[in-house]
Write a protein that binds this ligand. Structure first.
Ligand code: DCP
Ligand code: MG
Ligand code: MN
Length: 372
């Protein structure tokens, strides 16, 4: 009976019931014992909700005589009633704290953290000492190696310096293939400007003008030029740039790489630092290729912040469009619940961020104003 169950909520034992439910949640549903324990806590929480105040109206004796509540459980309920909590729950907050600490390592999400915890990890140092035991990926092992550096934010001036140095590298990509072999033999390739038309933008909090950034987000694109069907694009440029960054001592580790380095949307996640600098900290950097026609939407998405993105997407949606990091789409069919039925087609004629704002009737606002 839903009405009765609603009435029982917020009854005299509601707090006790909630603590019991927290204790239920402490049992992962992995083993049969855990599932059993979880369910028995839940059942007892429901029983307790339906009774008079503990321990005056629903006494210890009453509890033990109730189906589903044994002596051990009755002891726990009394402890909660007396102290407002239970030792297990008090330790739950430390467990939560620990899971959060474990997830602060690059590459460890909530799932990996829980796994490592079950396998016995109780600190980041534990992970460091025995990465194999906790089934950590190779990227996570790298994340652990530079854990202390990666905890720190990057001062704006340092992002600027890295960004400038990386842009300079773009101007001197060595060419590929036979041309490269020939030029290498001639020992003259180093100063060759490969592609002066490549465009690199530094996104995220940096573009919003922040005084410090958590990581560096670079977009790489190029307007296709040349005869239709034989256009020159930025295909392969992310790979060339990353290689040049490695050679220059800027990129020091690759955390994840694209399946196809030649894809126009190729993306690499890695670590970098200012070379030839004593005590230069190791920083997180992402380099992403963006097809030219996706640039307006990509600029908006990667500038953020995430609240701004959510609100401009919502606005697009209210007008019957769909905005994501690849573009603004029209003729998106949705059913009555709002679930998307078709992908729609790109709205034509949008070449800049401003075009996109104008199309959605959003007054222009500078990247530095996009913090909601
Ligand atoms: N983004 C988003 N929603 C997410 C994650 C990211 O809209 N869940 C967008 C907005 C962000 C941009 O991508 O501004 C870059 O993501 P970051 O996580 O690098 O965030 P910031 O660069 O804004 O902040 P930080 O300085 O912490 O890197
Ligand atoms: Mg960022
Ligand atoms: Mn990022």
């Amino acid at each position: 009976d839903p009405a009765a169950s609603r009435a029982r909520r917020n009854g005299p034992n509601e707090y006790i019931a909630q603590v019991l439910e927290m204790m239920a949640d402490q049992n992962a549903s992995v083993s049969k014992t855990e599932v059993f324990r979880k369910n028995s806590y839940r059942k007892v929480a429901q029983i307790v909700r339906g009774q008079g105040a503990i321990p005056e109206d629903f006494t210890y004796k009453d509890m033990v005589e109730t189906d589903g509540i044994g002596q051990k459980m009755a002891d726990k309920i009394l402890e909660i009633a007396r102290t407002g909590t239970h030792r297990r729950v008090a330790c739950e907050t430390t467990k939560d704290k620990l899971l959060r600490e474990l997830s602060s390592v690059y590459g460890i999400g909530a799932g990996n953290a829980a796994t490592a915890y079950i396998l016995g990890a109780r600190s980041v140092d534990d992970l460091r000492r025995n990465p194999a035991k906790y089934k950590l990926s190779s990227a996570t092992v790298v994340g652990l190696k530079y854990y202390d550096d990666l905890q720190e934010r990057i001062p704006r001036a340092e992002v600027t310096e890295l960004y400038e140095r990386i842009k300079q590298l773009c101007a001197v990509f060595p060419p590929e293939g036979l041309v490269r072999v020939a030029l290498t033999l001639a020992r003259s390739y180093a100063a060759k400007k490969l592609d002066p038309d490549v465009q690199i933008e530094c996104m995220g909090s940096y573009r919003r003008g922040a005084a410090s950034s958590g990581d560096i987000d670079l977009l790489l694109t190029r307007e296709p030029t040349g005869r239709k069907g034989f256009e020159k694009t930025h295909a392969g440029h992310v790979a060339r740039l990353w290689k040049a960054m490695e050679k220059a001592g800027i990129a020091i580790a690759t955390l994840s790489q694209p399946n196809d380095w030649h894809d126009l949307s190729a993306k690499v996640n890695g670590l970098c630092r200012l070379p030839d600098r004593e005590n230069a900290r190791v920083r997180r950097i992402d380099v992403l290729g963006v097809p030219w026609e996706e640039m307006p939407a990509a600029l908006i998405y990667f500038t953020g912040d995430d609240h701004f993105n959510r609100s401009i997407r919502l606005k697009a949606r209210k007008h019957g469009y769909r905005l994501n990091q690849r573009g603004l789409y029209q003729n998106v069919a949705r059913d009555r619940t709002g679930t998307k039925l078709t992908e729609g087609t790109l709205v034509p004629g949008i070449r800049t961020e401003r075009d996109l704002f104008r199309f959605l009737c959003v007054p222009w606002c500078e990247p530095t104003e996009r913090c909601l």
